[in-house]
Design a protein around this ligand. Structure first.
Ligand code: 26Y
Length: 826
């Protein structure tokens, strides 16, 4: 009955072995025995790239022939995670490669572990972009990811004395075997200077930028391998190089100065990823980054189109630009600029192309994440782009006035340029054909609240695309035991057709299956316990409940609620050491933005609670708290596989979708969560009886926000359990030498003076409901069969949440791409 998860393929194992040995020799002048693990990784990486390159060539030859419509997914962030294992999986070559490694006396897991995580993203938005690329290739659609080749990605997090320390992530030190430098496609990108009108040789008057500084953008291509279909798309990330203009004869001071400045501009521009998630800081360098990669990407998209077509007016028939949040929104003005200034289209012609090419995805409703650039900065850095945005704004305001005559309020709220600022979301909405949210609830909130005026004016643009994740990385690669078990029961179709996993439902009540499932979960918990022992020096019991919250640290995600609840449980056990209590391991993983004080103090609090609780003899190991250092894509795969409980406890209305919630579900964890983001749809699929939902609804939260009526001090005064926990933040229970250490966190919950709003995220309001939901979790876990049933149903009902489904919706409703099928190999 058992069928292998990995179909056999035409992979030539012997050739591959020779290729690895050859690479070790030619790259390092070494034999396998002499090579370091990193060198062996490089050799294996190059050997895999050799296989990929052939498919990459074939794919693009076929694209040349079939000329399919192409999506350019424009994103400041791609959180790719390691490429080696993923490429081997998608080549359907995991088995033969593993055998080859065994035969060479190598351990594939150890080799995979040598690869640094390419972490060119912060969190959800960047990881979503990477899942989308995987799905685009697997479904056979022509696509480019376009981004920045940051020299330093997301910082490496070290925990010292319980505090987060940020360490530079020099991910390119050893070289990246998968990347291809493409200097032949370099582009020049111009900054600053001023706009002049010039009459060209044909007598046309023309806008030109003069007195500018410029950099050369050099693309590096990374292959995106489709699963089992031979398709390889491209993630194109741009590096910046100085344009030398040292003319030795005219070496006057001005030129020298300019040359040095240009060289510095190039060096700085791609130096580092901003580690802010959902928080806008208005840094000039970030706007430079945005225009840099957008100008290069748009120039190349147009150049590529013009190599095969002659009418630029029909650009939109072959190309869509999908804007991953507002970060790439200068694309609309850059496209207008090139169409008008370089192809001499009229405004109307250029606008017609732009509005049919660009589409915008919104990922957040948090006010502090909205990008608003000061006019002064914007117009100084991008003078021609600013002119064009001014004209877009002028025409947009006329439209508003036509629709709402005399209504100044509408203009104030909707204008693209207002109050000395350029509002990127308004530009993206006005200049594209689509605005989409990333989960049903989120899209409804956009339409009814945040973007209401825009929705009323242009309802046809608004649509929902509920996020998804790739099951290839987060089940097939991350959880091989469960992947094989699923395949043994329902066949391997789920790998490219996740809804097929629903066939598992009939096994949910089968006791043997329940046992098998729990046994696999146990083995994955042992694997994670081993990782925790190695990295944290903490021993955790794989028989305890693994209760996990891994995601960026943000107040709205409410890691603070989670740890306050741990403190509450600790108090209960201290008061009543004999009480019934099922052992639980609370696992956290999160990076905090470097300048985000409350977030960083929450990390310190988690580690401080861990120190006390983990070592208290009265607790005797029944509660363990673990903070996993440097949470990232590679250890996430281990963590999801080992989770029993998935913490999705954001303040309702704040989490646009969440995608970690989907990864947990796919791996058979039960959700404890609020009715927020995609949790709503997860519960709809799996049934409320197989999850633990608690807390305020988004309507209730929004109502409190708009009309007031919530006073956390009331809860503080009337609830002794809550009061006790809060007092422990300021009485030294977890900071004996510095009782005031967590005062700011305490104040964020209670003090209306130091923060503008006390308990903005309704932590105290939801506390009791959360504690109650957690009691239900404990009781449910005691009934192992019932738990196993729910867990299996979570896996079985996860079909909707594949990014393959999301991408197919984008294709059907927005992009209208042509499916590409490769000719059969003979
Ligand atoms: C303005 C700037 C500094 C900025 C940088 C990063 C703003 C926002 C972000 C990142 C946002 C983000 O990751 N949003 C998340 O997108 C996911 C994918 O759609 C959602 O699942 C998740 O709920 C949302 O918070």
């Amino acid at each position: 009955k058992k069928k292998d998860t990995q179909e056999s393929s035409s992979f030539d194992k012997e050739l591959f072995k020779r290729s690895v040995l050859y690479n070790v020799k030619t790259l390092y002048r070494k034999t396998l025995e002499e090579a370091t693990p990193q060198q062996i990784f490089q050799a294996v990486g190059y050997a895999i790239k050799d296989v990929v390159i052939d498919n990459w060539l074939t794919t693009h030859k076929e694209y040349d022939k079939q000329d399919p419509k192409t999506v350019y997914y424009l994103s400041m962030e791609f959180l790719m995670g390691r490429a080696l294992g993923n490429n081997i999986i998608n080549l359907q070559a995991y088995k033969p490669v593993k055998e080859a490694m065994d035969e060479l006396g190598l351990d594939l897991n150890v080799i995979e572990d040598q690869e640094p995580d390419p972490a060119l993203g912060n969190g959800g938005l960047g990881r979503l972009a990477s899942c989308f690329l995987d799905s685009l290739s697997t479904l056979g659609y022509a696509a480019y990811g376009c981004g920045i080749r940051y020299r330093y990605g997301m910082f490496k997090q070290e925990i010292r004395d319980g505090y987060q320390i940020e360490v530079p992530d020099n991910w390119l030190v050893d070289g990246n075997p998968f990347e291809l430098r493409r200097p032949e496609y370099a582009k020049e990108v111009k900054f600053g200077g001023y706009v002049n009108v010039r009459i060209d040789e044909n007598g046309r008057s023309n806008f030109v930028q003069e007195g500018y500084q410029s950099v050369r953008a050099i693309p590096y291509d990374l292959p995106i391998v489709g699963y089992g279909n031979g398709i390889v798309n491209t993630l194109r990330i741009w590096d910046a190089e100085a344009i030398e203009c040292f003319h030795l004869d005219s070496f006057d001071k001005g030129d020298y100065q300019k040359a040095v400045e240009q060289a510095n501009l190039a060096k700085n521009i791609v130096e580092v990823l901003y580690p802010n998630d959902n928080h806008y800081a208005g840094k000039e360098l970030r706007l430079k980054q945005q225009y840099f990669f957008i100008s290069a990407s748009v120039q190349e998209a147009i150049a590529k189109y013009m190599r095969k077509h002659d009418d630029i007016r029909k650009f939109y028939e072959k190309v869509t630009f999908q804007l991953n949040d507002t970060h790439p929104t200068v694309a609309v003005a850059e496209l207008m600029r090139i169409l008008m200034d370089e192809y001499y289209l009229t405004w109307e012609e250029a606008w017609n192309v732009t509005i049919k090419t660009c589409a915008y995805t919104n990922h957040t409703i948090m006010a502090e994440a909205l990008e608003k650039w000061p006019i002064e900065l914007f117009s100084r850095l991008l003078p021609r782009i600013y002119q064009i945005i001014e004209e877009i704004n002028r025409r947009f305001i006329i439209k508003i006035q036509e629709m709402y005559p005399g209504n100044q309020e509408k203009i104030r709220k909707m204008a693209i340029i207002y109050d000395g600022q350029v509002k990127m979301a308004h530009l993206a909405i006005a200049a594209g054909f689509s605005v989409n949210g990333v989960a049903r609830l989120h899209t409804e909130i956009l339409k009814k609240q945040e973007l209401r005026d825009f929705y009323e004016m242009m309802p046809e643009k608004f649509n929902n695309k509920t996020n998804g994740i790739t099951q290839r990385r987060f089940l097939l690669h991350g959880n091989p035991l469960l992947a094989d078990w699923v395949t043994a029961h329902v066949g391997s179709d789920w790998i490219t057709d996740l809804p097929k996993i629903s066939k598992l439902k009939i096994y949910a009540d089968d006791e043997k299956c329940q046992q098998e499932f729990m046994n696999i979960k146990y083995q994955n918990k042992v694997r994670l316990a081993q990782y925790i022992l190695e990295h944290n020096g903490i021993e955790v019991d794989p028989r305890s409940i693994f209760d996990v919250q891994v995601k960026r640290l943000h107040e709205y995600k409410r890691q603070l609620l989670n740890i306050l609840h741990v403190m509450y449980l600790y108090n209960q056990l201290k008061d009543n050491p004999e009480m019934e209590f099922f052992p639980r391991t609370f696992i956290f993983g999160a990076k905090a933005a470097a300048g985000y004080y409350n977030a960083k103090m929450t990390i310190k609090l988690i580690n401080s609670v861990a120190d006390v609780v983990n070592n208290d003899p009265v607790i005797n190991g029944r509660i363990k708290v673990v903070f996993i250092e440097n949470y990232r894509v590679s250890n996430a795969e281990l963590i999801f596989a080992a989770a029993d409980v998935s913490e999705q406890i954001s303040t309702a209305s704040k989490e646009a979708s969440g995608t970690g919630n989907m990864k947990f579900m796919l791996n058979g964890a039960l959700t404890i969560g609020t009715m927020d983001g995609a949790n709503v749809e997860i519960v709809e699929e799996v049934g409320a009886e197989n999850a633990f939902i608690f807390g305020l609804s988004s309507d209730e939260v929004i109502n409190f926000e708009n009309n007031g009526g919530y006073d956390p001090t009331e809860i503080f005064n009337n609830d002794p359990d809550v009061r006790r926990v809060l007092m422990q933040l300021i009485n030294g229970t977890f900071a004996p030498n510095d009782p005031d250490r967590f005062r700011t966190l305490y104040n964020s919950l209670l003090n209306t003076i130091s923060t503008n709003k006390a308990d903005m995220y309704f932590i105290l309001k939801d506390f009791k409901a959360y504690a109650e939901a957690q009691r239900k979790v404990e009781n449910a876990y005691r009934d192992e069969k019932r738990w196993a049933r729910s867990a299996i149903l979570n896996v079985a009902c996860s079909g909707k949440f594949t990014s393959d489904r999301t991408i197919q919706e984008y294709v059907d409703e927005l992009w209208h791409l042509d499916k590409v099928v490769l000719p059969k190999k003979v």
